[in-house]
Design a protein around this ligand. Sequence first.
Ligand code: GLA
Length: 382
Amino acid sequence: MNTPLINHIKSSFLEIFNVEPVMIFSPGRINIIGEHTDYNDGFVFPAAINKGIVTAIQKNTAEFCTAVAADVNEIFEFSLNNIQSIPSGGWRNYVLGVVAEIQKKGINLKPFNVVFGGDIPVGAGLSSSAALENSLVYGLNELFGFGLSKKEMILISQKAEHNYVGVRCGIMDQYASMFGKGNSALFLDCRTIEAKEIYIDLKEYELLLINTNVKHSLSESAYNNRRSVCEKVASLLNIPALRDASEESLLNIKSKISAEDYQKALFVIQENKRVEKAAETLKNNDILALGKLLYESHNGLQNQYKVSCDELDFLVNKAKENPDVLGARMMGGGFGGCTINIIKKTAIASFSKEISLLYKEKFKMECSIYNIELSEGTHIIG
Ligand code: GLA
């Protein structure tokens, strides 16, 4: 837990509003495997991490709400009447989206003040947005006693993103952030929205994240475009979602779709299988096999689903050259953000040093390296 961050957010709130807030921590997430499968009703394997968003929130007696993004030092005042998203509104649309989606449930929300800040960089693919949405809906539920279940809350967070941010995301990020369990990853079925907790012990290996520190600008439109392709192929196959497809059934309609769309749908079918296999490898303590699945996943994301970028491919290729790294792949929506690596503990220092130098030489910018711990989902902090 990042105590300096918690103290900073709490004291900022007290300074501005002069009243004791309710404090919430909502974590970011990693994803071991299962990328772009969530909106296909498939399987994913994420885990909440010990980095995320800290939020201070309290009711107020004013006519309007005040939200403060402490990291960027921006203040936003808004009325609860007639909420609309703001073009290029950035973080404001997450706040507005959550508020509007709560109201859509027929809940009479009253004015509040909120201050938030985090220790996950925006755009790193670690779901700072889901963490923010979850912290807000969780805090409001706590303050006003709406009686919303965690599942209802994550659906509110997801709809905020669809309707007010414009990304038609799946449920993985919000689920992992809300339901995370220390030391475990969540084998989540995105159709039933039910998960099995799987204890993660990689023995002499560890998960290491490397942030490219880039976020390519097309990422949001490309994301929505991938989702549309999947929906189009599923409808041609006459099934609810690609989760229900097999490689054989896809072959039957191969002539009806473009070669690119065929590869994208094939990727989803294969990636979904890889998630199931990954859970098996962990049960059998076969970290080597898990690593191979990560490399296969990256290969598919790069060449079939086409959501990678040069910076991510470079990091994965360098990982492949190092025998102490068992697997690596891009993580999250793509077009930037982090790679996730399974690396021998004793090799972390030397690999980190080496990759940092190589990355800087190649891209004339720094990458960032994060050690993470798997943590609890969204919760109140004392
Ligand atoms: C983003 C979305 C998720 C998921 C991943 C890709 O993180 O928010 O719902 O689709 O991309 O796996």
